[in-house]
Design a protein around this ligand. Sequence first.
Ligand SMILES: O=C(CO)[C@H](O)[C@H](O)COP(=O)(O)O
Length: 224
Amino acid sequence: MDSDYEKKTAAAKSLDWIKEGMLVGLGSGSTAAHMIRGLGEKVAAGLSIKGVPSSDTTAQLAREAGIPLITLEEAGKLDVNIDGADEFDANLQLIKGGGGALLREKIVAYNSKFNIVISDSSKQVERLGKFKLPLETIPFATKNIITELDEMGLSPELRKKGDEIYKTDEQNYIVDVDVLEQNDLVALNNILINIPGVVETGLFLDTTDVIIMGKDEGTVIFKK
Ligand SMILES: O=C(CO)[C@H](O)[C@H](O)COP(=O)(O)O
């Protein structure tokens, strides 16, 4: 089945969770974009919600879709957050950050009472790590961080956009590392997050409540 069709189906299903008056976290990426367009249609039909975007790109898309936006500060806690993922496993653990929005995405997820992940079936894996794990790093520290990650055997690569170094919405860098051979991702995450200059990792280990996966014509739901 076409993965974009599965993304659309999962995104449409996630809108069942959105109720009148809710504060909604708006994820980033192509699957979240389907959800945002669908939510925009519901707003146009009279649904009253407010959204908190997890990236500048999502903010722009949400404005175009007619979704009223507020800041995280104004929102405080969000009722529900809907976002995509690059990989997920049977324990609802994720790798995110393929689109470079992992820092704000994790902040929005952390500040949400309920987290829904929407995905096509290609993202389901037995073991996380085929997708390189993105780390958001402070530019000042990045060269030294790369040296350290190299010594740890994680094959770090500084993310580029064309000939330029890729910069996040927070003006940081992304270093992608290979974690496929790592057995204890909780321990690894603790080590990585404790390196000064690593701002956040793309491991979302205990944030997700529900995964809606588009599969063929329908959806499969995974819950905690
Ligand atoms: O983490 C992300 C961006 O930082 C996205 O959620 C992830 O990359 C999935 O993207 P897509 O829905 O386009 O496959």
